[in-house]
Write a protein that binds this ligand. Sequence first.
Ligand code: PMP
Length: 423
Amino acid sequence: QRLTKRRARQEESGAEGGGSSFAELPALRDFELMKTAMEALDLPNPFFRPHAGAASATTVIEGAEYLNFSSYNYLGLNADPRVKAAAHAAIDRYGVSASASRIVSGERPLHAELEAALAAHYGAEAALTLVSGHATNVTVIGHLMGPRDVILHDATIHNSCIEGARLSGARRIPFAHNDHQAAERELAAARRAAGRALILIEGHYSMDGDVPDLARFIEIARRHDGWLMVDEAHSMGVLGPTGHGIAELQGVDPSGVDIWMGTLSKTLSSCGGYVAARRQLIDWLRHTAPGFVYSVGLAPVLAASALESLRILGEEPWRVARLNANATRFRDGLRARGLDAGASAGHAIVPLMTGSSVRAGRLSAELFRRGLNVQPITFPAVPERAARLRFFLSADHTEEQIDRALGIVAEAAAGTGPAEGAG
Ligand code: PMP
């Protein structure tokens, strides 16, 4: 009762908690403004929708079934009986938590097994897992680089890399998306004054679904005595005939990359992040990287799920082929209907460019009304003119579901007006 009264008093005064209000925070004011603008459009909130079960090709939201294009369940392993059995066995044996940092309380054999399997996947000497993909980039980049150094990164690199670069205090230079010549120009100019140099790229870009020219970036890093780090969050299990990532797709020797990074949360249907590299680097990170040393170890159940998913990936490359066929079918289907699928290379991620945030929001709402779940990506996550819907394909989607989705999208897009300045 006392809590209810306190809450009522807070609401009257507009204050959260015991102290002064947060309403003066500029970023919070911007957020409130954005919410008001969204409310004025009278669209249902497309975010934080509660799914009743494991979301895959279809999902149930508030009692209704939807065709689902919003989950990273790339190979459809999230609810695979073998992955669930491995998770159950790990829970039965170890409980649900690692209960403390591995450096403090020790680890479980599953940690070393998963790290050995991840290292082998890249032909690297060693690997280290952390509790999230985001935390992995922040702590590894933040710890590796320092204020005398320079970090060059693709302009569309994931937020976690930018946060890591900021934390490091290094000079941070974005280069135009996938433009290796621009990267080299910037690096050559910055290199003289800098201590160490790190180039950050993704193996498969999460917003556009396109890929970099890996061999060129390796050459540039070598020529200018820099390190190359590749984020494979959306490449692991997606690119290349056996899902080994961008190196396999492009026939490039993976040892040319200094640090491979990825997440367990997408293809590997778990939660966590990893880096794979030379043993010397991994050993140093294991003993000193703050996000590893001062954070709990990966829950054994999550290590078990990822390990089993990785095993299945090795045994069932047909899943990778099916994912790629599905994504290409969907991308080509959009284009055949006169819609703009951006730069998607047709591997798993297919944007539908809408040209404005409002149109992206409207189209997402209309698709939801017609039984299709896909989220809008709006400003400021992308530039306003590059607002889009982003479709994630899965090996679980059937051709019938993809074709049905294409029909729904084409109809809804025609009903919500032409794309403004899409490209
Ligand atoms: N890197 C990239 C490119 C990502 O897209 C993401 C998340 N979508 C991450 C890192 C962070 O991974 P996680 O969600 O597993 O923390």
